[in-house]
Design a protein around this ligand. Structure first.
Ligand code: NAP
Length: 333
């Protein structure tokens, strides 16, 4: 495994992080979840990402159990707050009340005294940023949270938060967690240049476009058994929008490029996001330990500029680049 700084902070994170959205507490059984976490640890992954909302809060419990017995100082545990964790009016968003209540639930479920990174899971248009940043800062001072970050925020939202933090002397955001893959490049024009200037690192999610970039979804064929596309409980509805014929056809044309580079298609996709120096870590999901082992080999891989150009030529018509595609709900969900 290779390691990078989380933005301009002093914290080192593994180039690959393991995340448990969709899988833990939902798509896969506890035993498979523990086996994936063990495979991640065996591959040298030290960074783990979850959220209060995943699997209706069960995902944090599963991760907490899977990490039990590990040396806490050797792990970086990330979680998030914003999406609803209950039916109450205040069980959502980035108010001081919900942030404080949610972190306590997360720490209890994860079985830890602190999280390394606490992330605002979306921008909350109904709470003053000053309130959110002050609450985060208080958690840092209490030692419950070591660093603060955001997820899927627009460049102008990150810029506003940094300005307020500087003016009020509050802890600064060190990371953003956006979707980023060969197919989804919406952060490149605005979020990345701002983040480079400000020392914010990207902890990117869905580098495999939820499995699509592994090439296992073949156009015109039924999705493979046991894959996210067949997970009627939740996975199928979220992967649906990427499973377009035109995308799948173009992805198949990456196969010879990966072979020439001596990489699996999954490794090529993960290595691709890691070529961006503003990326601190790529969060991979996995429903089986062999996927973790496959993907982990992408750490440290350098891709040739000529090969990157060929990838662009193959995918160009299906690449999304519009920064306006980063949108937080106008009202709290
Ligand atoms: N901040 C946010 O809003 C947000 C949103 C989404 C995700 N995330 C974070 O990012 C993490 C990763 O997201 P993701 O799961 O969408 O990432 P991903 O790495 O793009 O997709 C992971 C899925 O692809 C399949 N897969 C993985 N490796 C494979 C391989 N080598 N061969 C074949 N199939 C493979 C597995 O699904 P199957 O085996 O089921 O097909 C796996 O669960 C999440 O767990 C979460 O921590 C954050």
């Amino acid at each position: 495994m290779e390691f990078r700084h989380l933005g301009r902070s002093g914290l080192m994170v593994s180039e690959l992080a393991y995340g448990n959205w969709i899988t833990h507490g939902s798509q896969i059984e506890e035993e498979a979840a523990a086996a994936c976490v063990k495979a991640a640890l065996d591959e040298g992954i030290t960074t783990f990402d979850t959220a209060d909302v995943y699997a209706g809060t069960r995902a944090e419990e599963v991760l907490g159990r899977a990490l039990r017995g590990q040396r806490r100082e050797s792990l970086e545990i990330f979680t998030k707050v914003y999406w609803p964790t209950g039916d109450g009016r205040n069980d959502r968003g980035l108010s001081r009340k919900h942030i404080f209540e949610s972190i306590h639930g997360s720490l209890r479920r994860l079985g830890t005294d602190y999280v390394d990174l606490y992330q605002a899971h979306r921008f909350d248009h109904e709470t003053p940023l000053e309130e959110t940043l002050r609450a985060f800062d208080d958690l840092v001072r209490q030692g419950k949270v070591l660093y603060v970050g955001v997820s899927e925020w627009r460049a102008e939202e990150i810029a506003r938060a940094l300005k307020i933090a500087d003016e009020m002397g509050l802890d600064r955001i060190v990371s953003n967690q956006p979707q980023y893959s060969m197919l989804w490049r919406v952060i490149e024009s605005e979020v990345v240049p701002l983040s480079e200037r400000e020392g914010v690192g990207q902890v990117v999610f869905s580098p495999l476009a939820q499995g699509v970039l592994t090439g296992k979804y073949v156009p015109g064929q039924a999705p493979p058994a046991g894959s996210r596309a067949t997970d009627a409980e939740g996975g199928a509805s979220v992967i649906k929008r990427v499973l377009r014929e035109e995308v799948l056809t173009r992805v198949q044309r990456l196969r010879p490029i990966a072979e020439e580079a001596g990489l699996s298609m999954a490794q090529l996709a993960v290595a691709w996001v890691l070529q961006n120096p503003n990326v601190s870590s790529a969060i991979i999901g996995a429903s089986r330990p062999e996927q973790v082992r496959d993907n982990a080999r992408a750490a440290g891989v350098r891709l040739d500029p000529a090969l990157l150009k060929r990838i662009d030529e193959v995918l160009e018509p299906v690449i999304e680049r519009d920064p306006a595609r980063t949108v937080s709900p106008p009202r709290r969900p």
